[in-house]
Design a protein around this ligand. Structure first.
Ligand SMILES: Nc1nc2c(ncn2[C@@H]2O[C@H](COP(=O)(O)OP(=O)(O)OP(=O)(O)O)[C@@H](O)[C@H]2O)c(=O)[nH]1
Ligand SMILES: [Mg+2]
Length: 306
């Protein structure tokens, strides 16, 4: 038989419980209901029901939290990472599909993308990780990824979008490229005006159309700008007597031969007896150098081990 509880604190907590908009608020209100529930024997059933309800709510919340984690922490940052950030409908998903191998949904319905989508853009043999972040200003926008990224690609449809986005953008140390999308809808006159405005503000920018079939769509220029913003060294490695590896390793500027060796695996540099290099940092092909030798982009390094 349901019992009537007269405690006003309990009544308020119960109202909050039913009015709660989030699971966290509901759980909080339920906690108050439990502490104000009558203590006498006749209310034993009620107390039991409430604690059971709390247990279920807590389990649901924990599940949700874990799921949320897997989307956030599941993205292992690549050597070169760029985030696509923009308002809803600006064409993030469309651009991503043109740049990479992903196949996410494209739609004029706002807030279609609800979780980050990760793809890879190959540039001259080097993989660049591109991540679409759900629309800025939406509850699914993920701030955490912005702090650590190398490059923020800001997608806009009109110039005013830049201020809106920059205001909401969390602090970060990455570079920025402004991408004006949907240029296929613009007259040459409008394109000229937009370019002049962005140039006067000294933005690194490019006008594109995500539609790959659209002529002069700016996509190749964007790819080049993306790659150039990383300022990395692409280093090919090899063993004596064999061909160099097909794909270069990616190193920070100012890296040495030792850094390259340690990237292969930790402690590898201790096993090396001789290093030869070819390419931009060598005086001649096959020059023998020490572990402290500074590398240049597109060098080939040969490691001879014990
Ligand atoms: N004309 C034109 N339309 C485009 C272009 N890029 C995207 N669109 C259209 O814009 C709409 C939104 O595209 P999406 O790629 O889904 O946009 P989004 O930024 O990912 O949107 P949300 O994930 O919902 O925030 C779709 O109707 C696309 O067809 C473009 O370059 N030109
Ligand atoms: Mg999208």
């Amino acid at each position: 038989m349901p019992i009537n509880v007269n405690d006003p604190e309990y009544t308020r907590a119960e109202k909050d419980y039913f009015d709660a908009k989030t699971a966290e608020d509901r759980l909080e209100a339920l906690g108050r209901m439990i502490s104000h529930a009558p203590k006498h024997k006749g209310a034993e059933n009620l107390r039991q029901q409430l604690t059971q309800r709390r247990k279920r709510l807590e389990e649901d919340l924990e599940k949700k939290r874990k799921k949320g984690k897997s989307s956030k922490d599941g993205i292992k940052k690549g050597d070169m990472q760029a985030l696509l950030i923009g308002k809803t409908n600006s064409g993030k998903s469309s651009l991503m599909r043109t740049l990479t191998n992903t196949n996410q949904k494209i739609s004029s319905v706002p807030f279609t993308t609800k979780e980050p989508v990760v793809g890879v853009m190959e540039y001259e043999g080097s993989p660049i990780q591109i991540v679409e972040i759900p629309a800025i200003g939406s509850e699914n926008f993920e701030r955490g990824l912005v702090h650590t990224t190398d490059l923020v690609i800001i997608i806009i449809e009109k110039i005013e979008d830049i201020d809106y986005i920059k205001e909401k953008l969390p602090p970060h140390n990455g570079k920025e490229i402004i991408v004006v999308n949907k240029s296929d809808l613009m007259t040459p006159e409008i394109k000229r005006k937009i370019s002049a405005r962005l140039q006067s503000k000294r933005y690194n920018f490019v006008l594109v159309s995500s539609f790959s079939y659209s002529k002069d769509n700016g996509i190749e220029e964007l790819k080049r700008k993306i790659f150039n913003s990383f300022e990395v060294l692409r280093i090919f490695t090899k063993e004596p007597g064999s061909e160099k590896k097909e794909k270069p390793m990616i190193l920070r500027p100012d890296s040495s031969v030792r850094d390259a060796a340690e990237k292969i695996f930790k402690g590898f540099s201790k096993r090396i007896v001789e290093v030869r290099i070819w390419g931009p940092s060598s005086k001649f092909g096959g020059q023998v150098v020490g572990l402290n030798h500074k590398l240049k982009d597109l060098d080939t390094v040969e490691f001879k081990t014990k």
